[in-house]
Design a binder for this molecule. Structure first.
Ligand SMILES: [Zn+2]
Ligand SMILES: [Zn+2]
Length: 380
């Protein structure tokens, strides 16, 4: 019994979240999408049911099963089973497995996790102290130069990589991930030079002065981020989650505002000069747009005043995400860039980074129809 109580401490609760996510993923493999063809009464004479997850035309649907025309079985009508672990079954399965795991492994798991955590956090603390030592433990260098580097290093490493792909059109296998095949193969060198120039102007003549100004503001208001000890993992993730939510909501409305006819031509049209964007066009904009786009990004950190390390990680994340969303590639293993790619193509839909607010405001209707068409074309 003591192991069950032990199980519910903070460390193992994090395992719970990962585990439930993992289980949810396994479960969804079996329930979402296309059902398995298992018809015992298949009229596909002398053969077993195909047992493949194939496309089918729905004929009849009842609880637990569907009847459809399976494309694998040469279009013959077969019954297909769908095992839905919906309603109360999924949480019950999850809870019973967790209780079982907690009884058997709870104590061992907790001890091992605690040991691992203290060993790894000591190693990380030492490394962090070396980094702050490199900046002479001076808050000006840590804040201003640290943030500049946390933006410049990921942005230009990723940006140069995508420029290489777009300019040399190589390696060839990357072509199959292009969202708008045939565009920028290769990218026009003069346009590329012009874009790099605008990006550098925005980054160095707008971003850096604002950063220096914010440093002095933080000194005056005594809100300089702490940097001596690394933040706890919980604090880091909570801050990050707040930044993502605030940024998501802020960006949607700022972006929609920039599409207002009175503002569009003066503020946002420049960014839309690339209907098929390339990675670094993330920062290709007028200076006014660049400043407006900064608001949702800095609003979260202004609300929570995070640790300096969290701040560096956030700015690096924002720039890598921006590169990915504008890259024009659907990078395997990462979230899709289709939404923002569609926004550049059509200009009047998909204003946010995640689909939530677009779905809520109905600004994703055209996009969903576009994706359905794309899926049909892929099938053939
Ligand atoms: Zn864009
Ligand atoms: Zn736009």
């Amino acid at each position: 019994m003591s192991s069950v109580v032990h199980f519910w401490n903070t460390e193992v609760l994090s395992i719970f979240y990962f585990y439930s996510f993992f289980l949810g993923r396994i479960d969804s493999c079996f329930t979402s999408g296309v059902p398995l063809c298992r018809s015992p009464s298949s009229i596909y004479k002398g053969k077993q049911p195909c047992e493949r997850r194939s496309s089918y035309a729905l004929l009849k649907q009842s609880r637990g099963s569907v009847v459809g025309a399976c494309s694998c079985c040469a279009g013959l009508t077969v019954a297909m089973e769908v095992k839905h672990l919906g309603g109360w079954q999924r949480p019950l399965l999850l809870a019973s497995t967790l209780i079982l795991v907690s009884i058997v492994y709870g104590e061992t798991l907790t001890t091992q996790l605690r040991q691992f955590r203290s060993a790894s956090s000591a190693a990380l603390d030492t490394r962090w102290k070396k980094i702050t030592g490199f900046f002479g433990n001076d808050d000006f260098y840590l804040y201003v130069c640290g943030i500049v580097l946390s933006i410049q290093i990921p942005f230009w490493s990723g940006g140069l990589l995508f420029m290489f792909l777009d300019y040399y059109n190589w390696p060839r296998w990357t072509r199959k991930y292009k969202l708008q095949p045939g565009t920028h193969e290769p990218v026009d060198l003069n346009r590329l030079k012009e874009t790099i120039k605008v990006v550098l102007i925005n980054q160095w003549s707008v971003s850096v002065p604002i950063l220096i100004f914010s440093y002095f503001l933080k000194k005056i208001t005594n809100t300089m981020p702490v940097f001596h000890e690394l933040p706890s993992l919980q604090r880091f993730f909570i801050d990050f989650l707040i930044f993502i939510i605030v940024d998501e909501i802020g960006l949607y409305y700022v972006h929609r505002l920039m599409h207002h006819p009175k503002l569009y031509a003066r503020v946002h049209k420049k960014h839309h000069e690339w209907p098929a964007p390339i990675a670094i066009t993330f920062v290709y904009s007028t200076r006014m747009e660049f400043i407006l786009n900064m608001i949702p990004v800095v609003l979260g950190p202004m609300l929570t005043n995070p640790h300096l390390f969290t701040l560096w990680a956030w700015y690096a994340f924002v720039h890598l995400r921006g590169l990915k969303n504008h890259s024009g590639y659907d990078i395997p293993g990462l979230t899709s860039s289709e939404e923002h790619n569609y926004h550049h193509m059509m200009s009047n839909a998909c204003f946010s980074r995640s689909p939530v607010l677009d779905w809520l405001h109905g600004t994703d209707k055209g996009f969903r129809a576009y994706m359905a068409r794309k899926e049909l074309e892929k099938k053939g």
